[in-house]
Ligand binder design. Structure first.
Ligand SMILES: Cc1ncc(COP(=O)(O)O)c(C=O)c1O
Length: 386
């Protein structure tokens, strides 16, 4: 038995590996604090759970879901985009549920890439931007996000033959793992490049609702011309504490969504309609207060971690969005992975090595804020004591 060459090209998923290591340490009685994966520690907001309970008891949700999405969900997403971003979406053709943003992003690769095609992928970036194209038998071309450019890619640095073959581009702001917000003018520049080179832009909008210091994140679709060249993947995972529910939506270009649907209806059988109804409930204006409350918690944790890191001599910029702190690896370690391994072995704290998000993430580590304050403080204290 041998795995496909496509599969052999990509490394095991970082967090799957880490899970194994953490389990082994905990089984040995070691008190491991995980600041690795970005998985909210607080429960899904109560009104969403209540809506889900009603939806589960409703027999109309019990059969195969409509892959195209239940009307209530599509309309709720469209209403949310109008209210939150001032973006008009046709719930019939411009909105479709996804079984989490990860599913959607991966399947877009299968829907839009042939061998020798290229997906332009932010580096560092969510690992599926680079792994997805390889699993689809195509190529990923990494676009370095440089701190001095506000973590914007430099489109002028993309080789002409790569641009020629580019069919997809993955961007994500507020950005995982760097915490950067979208640099001024980048979305406009992206629309220009995409229409000149016939590239479908996929803006991964996993963190627009998780922002601090009064910053309000835009949608890519607010950019003039964006709907002609792109889609946005909106996830309820982080802003609504719903990672386990697998609830997301793809919105934007109707033709691209129709192709995604064609692919997806051959691959999966849709998102449980009970979850779609819970997602619809989550997006109502009355839930905003819960999102704000959660952001206040993360902002407090962000400040706590950044203060402690600064006191330890680490040069760190408090992010205006996402649930991550991105910080440089201390001197004396040959790689971010070596530092993270050291931290796990000596302090029993899990942090993510920047290199896992692409070569340009090397030299940095990522801390997730999805751990209660006291454990976060304890973890940072352990790092300082190293
Ligand atoms: C940038 C980004 N995109 C997508 C995802 C996955 O979202 P979902 O839970 O909707 O699959 C994550 C999760 O960490 C992420 O950071």
């Amino acid at each position: 038995m041998r795995a496909s060459k496509r599969l052999q090209q990509i490394p095991p998923y970082l967090f799957a590996e880490l899970e194994r290591k953490i389990e082994a340490k905990r089984a040995a009685g070691i008190d491991v604090i995980s600041l690795g994966i970005g998985d909210p520690d607080m429960p899904t907001y109560e009104p969403i759970v209540a809506a889900a309970q009603r939806a589960v008891a409703d027999p109309t949700t019990h059969q195969y879901p409509s892959n195209r999405g239940r009307r209530e969900f599509r309309e709720a997403v469209a209403a949310f985009y109008a209210r939150r971003f001032g973006v008009t979406l046709d719930p019939e053709t411009e909105v479709m549920p996804a079984i989490g943003a990860k599913e959607c992003i991966f399947n877009l690769n299968l829907a839009f890439l042939d061998p020798a095609d290229v997906a332009l992928a932010a580096d560092p970036g969510y690992p599926v931007y680079a792994g997805g194209p390889l699993l689809a038998g195509a190529e990923a071309a990494l676009m370095p996000l440089e701190p001095e450019r506000g973590f914007a890619p430099d489109f002028s640095a993309i080789a002409p033959d790569v641009l020629e073959r580019a069919r997809l581009m993955f961007l994500n702001y507020p950005n995982n793992p760097t915490g950067a917000i979208v640099p001024e003018g980048l979305f406009e520049e992206t629309v220009g490049l995409a229409s000149d080179h016939d590239v479908l832009v996929v803006h991964d909008n996993a963190y627009s609702e998780t922002t601090y210091d009064g910053y309000v994140a835009p949608s890519f679709l607010q950019t003039p011309g964006a709907k002609e060249v792109g889609v946005e993947v909106f996830s309820l995972s982080k802003g609504y504490n719903m990672t386990g529910w697998r609830c997301a939506a793809i919105v934007g270009n109707a033709d691209a969504i129709a192709d995604y649907w064609r692919l997806k209806s051959n691959v999966d059988s849709g998102l449980f309609e009970g979850v779609q109804l819970a997602g619809a409930a989550a997006l109502g204006p009355e839930l905003d207060v819960h999102v704000k409350g959660m952001n206040a918690v993360y902002q407090r944790r962000r400040d706590l971690v950044c203060d402690a890191l600064r006191q330890a001599g680490v040069d760190v910029t408090p992010p205006k969005g996402t649930i991550y702190i991105w910080a440089p690896v201390p001197e004396g370690f040959e790689s971010a992975a070596a530092y993270c391994e050291h931290v796990l072995e000596q302090a029993a704290v899990v942090i993510s090595p920047g290199g896992a998000y692409g070569p340009n993430g090397e030299g940095f580590f990522r801390i997730s804020l999805t751990t209660p304050d006291d454990r976060l403080l304890e973890a940072v204290e352990r790092l300082r004591a190293l």
